[in-house]
Design a protein around this ligand. Structure first.
Ligand code: ZN
Ligand code: ZN
Length: 106
């Protein structure tokens, strides 16, 4: 019984996922795509055209961070493409490029 438990634990460790996540960010305005280093903070503005990547919902008074879509090129490689959200996840109102406050809080 005790041996059985140990074997199961070892098997679980072998099956631990060891995949690599590739992160890209796509601007909602100019559609520029840039590779984003893993673990680094996301930029707030597009490096190319200066458009905001994070939206602010004027109705909910909340900032809406980027969403991502992901696909797997192989079972060990996950590709995530982040982009600005078009609709507020809380109230579903449409968030345009300029729906951002001048002095919005973090
Ligand atoms: Zn841009
Ligand atoms: Zn909202």
């Amino acid at each position: 019984m005790a041996k059985d438990k140990k074997e199961r634990k070892e098997k679980k460790e072998v099956l631990k996922p060891r995949f690599h996540v590739h992160v890209d960010i796509q601007c909602g305005v100019c559609r520029s795509l840039i590779h984003h280093p893993e673990g680094e903070e996301f930029p707030k503005f597009c490096w190319s055209c200066g458009a905001t990547l994070i939206r602010f919902c004027l109705k909910c008074r909340k900032t809406v961070s980027m969403f991502f879509e992901e696909w797997w090129s192989s079972e060990n490689d996950c590709h995530r493409t982040y982009g600005p959200v078009r609709r507020c996840p809380w109230c579903r109102s449409f968030l345009s490029e300029d729906s951002i406050e001048e002095n919005w809080e973090e």
